[in-house]
Design a binder for this molecule. Structure first.
Ligand SMILES: *[C@@H]1O[C@H](CO)[C@@H](O)[C@H](O)[C@H]1NC(C)=O
Ligand SMILES: *[C@@H]1O[C@H](CO)[C@@H](O)[C@H](O)[C@H]1NC(C)=O
Ligand SMILES: *[C@@H]1O[C@H](CO)[C@@H](O)[C@H](O)[C@H]1NC(C)=O
Ligand SMILES: *[C@@H]1O[C@H](CO)[C@@H](O)[C@H](O)[C@H]1NC(C)=O
Ligand SMILES: *[C@@H]1O[C@H](CO)[C@@H](O)[C@H](O)[C@H]1NC(C)=O
Ligand SMILES: *[C@@H]1O[C@H](CO)[C@@H](O)[C@H](O)[C@H]1NC(C)=O
Ligand SMILES: *[C@@H]1O[C@H](CO)[C@@H](O)[C@H](O)[C@H]1NC(C)=O
Ligand SMILES: *[C@@H]1O[C@H](CO)[C@@H](O)[C@H](O)[C@H]1NC(C)=O
Ligand SMILES: *[C@@H]1O[C@H](CO)[C@@H](O)[C@H](O)[C@H]1NC(C)=O
Ligand SMILES: *[C@@H]1O[C@H](CO)[C@@H](O)[C@H](O)[C@H]1NC(C)=O
Ligand SMILES: *[C@@H]1O[C@H](CO)[C@@H](O)[C@H](O)[C@H]1NC(C)=O
Length: 851
């Protein structure tokens, strides 16, 4: 069909061409004029009078050297012309330059101009050109300059651009192009200027092949829907004027997002960046930039996000930062900043993350440093700060505070105990004195590191029992059970002053007596308050299976040794029941003040799930502070551990089976189970395997147990670094199936590539984030073969490529483009019946037995 159209189209062109080929240039120009509406009569000189040679007409330039004058350039810009652009102009044999910019031509792209045999430059900028670009654009193969900017051209940028190999300038800014930019620019080796900026409907990563254009001097991509990172391939280009020109925003140009992060950029960032009054997001992290950080950025009226970590920036944070009334996030870790932390910082009411660790900040921390009511993450570790830690009262949302490795003195402020969601507190490696405030026991601390200070006195018992002793080491004055020093009053007779810890144990033992071992299925509630008041938590248990276990067994069984991992929501322990059976117990910190009743309803909702790919919840047990969720124990360990292990070499058939099982489990949660649930924390560590490699999802829907607010704040502390979390989570924190699909896609990539999704070892950039790594690879020649796990035999190549395709769809940056889990199940199942599965027991593909 399309070739027929092309044929007819060419036929009509040939017809026009031959029919007028004998006309003189005058006639040609007059004929061109005849279809143009010229309301201002600006082409009045274009007339058939022998007195006025056509070379003297408005906008016409002729070759002046040779005697039969011939038109080389028609420049009719700025004349308010409209009407039709006729192909008759192509009868000028020597026309090389046609400029119709700044007029009102209202039509599709005049493809027939491709018949102008000598045309080198076509400028249609700033008209009313509309419609899509057809693949016949390839007929403009002779052009070296094509300017279609500032029109209303829509649709995708076609692959056919790859044929315009003579282009030096391609300007398509300010149009309505949409979708993904294809990788077609790699062939345009002469390209010097590429402008795709101001196309708000593009949704694309920067095509990697742009990086191969050795002549590129100017690349303008701003204010288009480009996302993701600047491709690795752009690292070598040092002429990207458009990306980072000095005077970027002179004259009030509206740059809103500037993102150059994670590249090899070096050099200075021009001070003039501070002139970008409309700038909202400035991201230059993970490069080699040096010199003073543009100080004016900190006080821009609309700035929301400043990320410059991992560079070699110098400079100070100005007190004027107080004027940045929209500022939400500042990350400047690992640079050479110095000066003091300005008190202006505390005046920014929208700031929720401030991290400036690993710099040379000195002086005292201003008393208001944490006054932002939304402050959630504060990291000033590894600087040279001195003086006392100010009392923190206002930042009620603070989740994480790290002041480690400074020279702070004085006592740990009591007010920390009043911050309701404080979860990570690292004050290690300072010169703090005094005792650890008792009140800190009220917090739900997942990390509390005060090692290497000069603290003294009794350590509050719940801190000792709940956290590894290494968090307390290097404080020779601290005492308590399990520490090198026992407190002097511990030697007195027990019935007089028992330590809190023994009281706890004794109370629990008595609880166990009350309950006996007669706990039965169906929800049995235990309840007892200790006579010693609030020192001992009230424990309540509900079991959905006849577990012969008491809270006492559980508590005793949950220690460093039995801990098999600490997720962001809390540790997981393997506890042996008196019967010898094992259960796994997840300890959740309880944030919300959910009533015992509603907690029971929620856990029951989860415990009723029956699916072969979802771990059973056997019961739970909770106090005011914690919830212990008791799950069935699986002997195969987690998929995550398996992938990490040295000799991970599961056969493809087994990997596919795991993927299908996980997908089925998720599809069940999303669509079949009532109420519909989302997992919200899919990762390979939360996929357990039984001895037959049947996968089971665990730690699902924890939001229902800890509450939405706490769930989000915990996930937020993780989100920036976890590659399982879909990018849109940055701006939309709502639970969605699509977030699960994305995370599943990451797990599938792990299975296909045989590598961990995220490696903490940052020395090797390429191993950082599996999604980015794969995306970079698959676009280069033979790249697909580089991502497939080489430990799997070639006979499975086709199936793996099929799975890779599914994984890439699942990890699409656009949530709407991701398939549903049901579609994923079907897609994966269709890969199952192929030949590669048949020879499952190939000698080299023996499944490894997980530890
Ligand atoms: C001008 O127009 C007349 C009549 O249309 C035509 O005969 C003549 O050849 C034209 N002159 C030129 C220079 O084209
Ligand atoms: C253009 O007009 C000028 C006088 O204005 C004249 O000298 C010149 O010869 C004309 N050019 C042509 C090609 O006729
Ligand atoms: C430009 O042309 C349009 C019609 O094409 C007309 O309505 C308008 O008045 C013209 N503007 C000027 C400044 O001549
Ligand atoms: C104009 O084009 C003709 C035909 O293509 C060619 O023979 C001639 O050399 C060209 N003249 C100039 C000045 O380019
Ligand atoms: C096209 O014409 C406009 C208007 O004169 C100009 O600003 C622009 O630079 C031209 N484009 C190219 C590629 O020369
Ligand atoms: C680039 O050029 C090669 C070889 O000339 C050709 O095979 C390929 O199709 C071109 N790519 C595009 C996108 O046009
Ligand atoms: C800037 O980036 C943010 C977050 O990615 C996005 O929401 C916003 O729409 C972007 N603005 C523009 C003009 O591209
Ligand atoms: C950068 O701009 C700030 C004010 O915005 C000024 O104080 C500083 O001196 C400038 N630095 C340089 C190197 O021009
Ligand atoms: C604080 O910064 C240090 C150094 O950059 C880093 O190692 C640590 O993980 C950060 N702490 C938190 C809680 O983010
Ligand atoms: C911190 O304590 C150590 C050991 O007592 C001492 O050497 C050091 O000078 C102290 N530093 C400050 C800043 O007080
Ligand atoms: C606690 O702090 C000490 C001293 O800064 C450090 O060596 C240790 O690794 C920290 N522990 C954890 C788990 O962060």
């Amino acid at each position: 069909m399309s070739s027929l159209c092309t044929f007819l189209f060419l036929l009509s062109l040939t017809f026009t061409l031959t029919s007028s080929s004998s006309s003189s240039q005058t006639q040609t120009l007059l004929s061109f004029k005849s279809t143009i509406q010229d309301t201002k009569n600006t082409l009045s000189t274009w007339s058939n009078t022998s007195l006025n040679h056509f070379c003297n007409w408005t906008g016409i330039s002729c070759s002046s050297t040779s005697s039969p004058f011939s038109v080389t350039s028609v420049n009719l810009q700025n004349l308010n012309l409209s009407g039709d652009i006729s192909s008759s102009i192509c009868n000028l044999p020597n026309l090389s330059d046609l400029n119709l910019a700044n007029n009102a031509f209202n039509q599709p792209i005049p493809l027939h101009l491709s018949q102008c045999s000598s045309l080198k430059s076509l400028n249609l900028s700033n008209n009313l050109i509309w419609g899509t670009i057809p693949s016949q654009i390839s007929m403009f193969v002779a052009l070296s300059v094509l300017d279609l900017s500032r029109n209303r051209i829509e649709g995708n940028i076609p692959d056919a651009f790859g044929s315009l190999k003579n282009l030096q300038v391609l300007d398509m800014n300010t149009n309505l192009f949409s979708g993904d930019v294809p990788k077609v620019f790699g062939n345009l080796t002469k390209l010097e200027v590429l402008d795709l900026s101001l196309n708000p409907y593009l949704v694309s990563e920067i095509p990697e092949d742009i990086g191969e254009l050795g002549n590129l001097k100017k690349l303008l991509l701003q204010t288009s829907g480009f996302q993701g990172e600047i491709p690795e391939s752009l690292k070598g280009l040092n002429k990207l004027l458009g990306l980072f020109p000095d005077g970027l925003c002179r004259g009030g140009k509206g740059l809103i997002n500037l993102s150059l992060h994670t590249n090899g950029f070096t050099g200075l960032i021009p001070n003039s960046t501070s002139e970008c009054k409309s700038l909202e997001r400035f991201q230059v992290q993970n490069n080699g930039f040096s010199g003073d950080f543009p100080v004016g950025l900190f006080s821009l009226p609309r700035i929301k996000l400043i990320r410059g970590e991992n560079n070699r920036f110098t400079g100070k944070i100005p007190d004027l930062i107080s004027e940045a009334s929209q500022l939400e996030q500042v990350q400047l870790d690992n640079n050479l900043f110095d000066g003091e932390i300005p008190s202006g910082l505390g005046l920014v009411k929208s700031l929720y993350r401030f991290s400036a660790s690993l710099n040379h900040f000195y002086g005292e921390i201003p008393p208001n440093f944490c006054d932002s009511p939304v402050m959630s993450i504060m990291n000033l570790s590894h600087n040279s700060l001195s003086g006392d830690i100010p009392q923190l009262k206002k930042c009620r949302k603070l989740v994480s505070l790290s002041l480690a490795d400074n020279s702070l003195t004085g006592e740990i402020p009591n007010s920390l105990a009043e911050l309701p969601v404080l979860t990570y507190l690292d004050l290690s490696d300072n010169n703090l004195t005094g005792s650890i405030p008792q009140g800190l026991q009220n917090l739900k601390l997942a990390l509390f590191n005060v090692s290497y200070n000069q603290l003294s006195g009794r350590v509050p018992y719940s801190l000792i029992s709940g956290l590894p002793a290494s968090f307390l080491e290097g404080n020779s004055g601290l005492c308590g059970p399990g520490l090198p020093n026992s407190c002097s009053d511990d030697n007195k007779p027990r019935h007089h002053v028992a330590s809190g810890f023994t009281t706890l144990v004794r109370a629990l033992i008595s609880l166990a007596f009350v309950a006996g071992i007669s706990l039965v299925a169906g929800g049995f509630i235990l309840y007892r308050r200790s006579s010693k008041g609030n020192e001992v938590a009230i424990w309540r248990s509900v079991f959905f299976y006849p577990l012969r276990i008491t809270e006492h067994d559980l508590l005793i069984g949950m220690n460093d040794k039995s801990s098999i991992g600490n997720g962001i929501f809390g540790n997981v322990y393997v506890v042996s029941l008196p019967s010898g059976d094992l259960v796994s117990v997840k300890k959740l910190v309880k944030f919300g003040n959910q009533s015992s009743k509603s907690l029971k309803v929620e856990v029951k909702t989860l415990a009723k799930i029956r699916h072969k790919n979802i771990v059973k919840i056997l019961g739970f047990c909770h106090s005011d502070e914690s919830v212990f969720l008791i799950y069935e124990y699986l002997h195969g360990g987690s998929l995550g551990d398996l992938i990490c292990s040295q000799n991970f070499q599961l056969h493809w058939g087994v990997r596919l089976k795991i993927a299908i099982g996980v997908a089925q489990g998720l599809a069940y949660l999303h669509k079949d189970y009532v109420p519909h649930l989302v997992h919200r924390n899919v990762k390979s560590k939360n996929i357990l395997l039984d001895v037959n490699f049947e996968p089971k999802l665990t730690h699902f829907a924890l939001d229902r147990i800890v509450g939405e607010a706490a769930f989000q704040s915990i996930l937020d502390s993780e989100a920036a670094s976890s590659c399982y979390i879909a990018p849109e989570y940055g701006y939309n924190k709502k639970a969605s199936e699509q977030l699960d699909v994305y995370s599943f896609g990451v797990v599938l990539l792990e299975l296909i590539c045989g590598r961990q999704a995220e490696k903490t070892d940052s020395s090797d950039d390429s191993s950082l984030d599996i999604v980015k790594w794969v995306r970079r690879k698959v676009n280069i020649t033979n790249g697909v073969n580089q991502v497939l796990d080489t430990r799997i035999s070639d006979s499975c190549h086709q199936e793996m490529v099929g799975a890779l395709d599914i994984a890439l769809n699942c990890t699409s940056v656009v949530p709407e483009k991701r398939p549903s889990m049901l579609e994923v199940v079907r897609g994966l199942q269709s890969l199952e019946s192929r030949t590669c599965i048949a020879n499952l027991q190939g000698p080299n593909d023996e499944p490894s037995i997980p530890v």
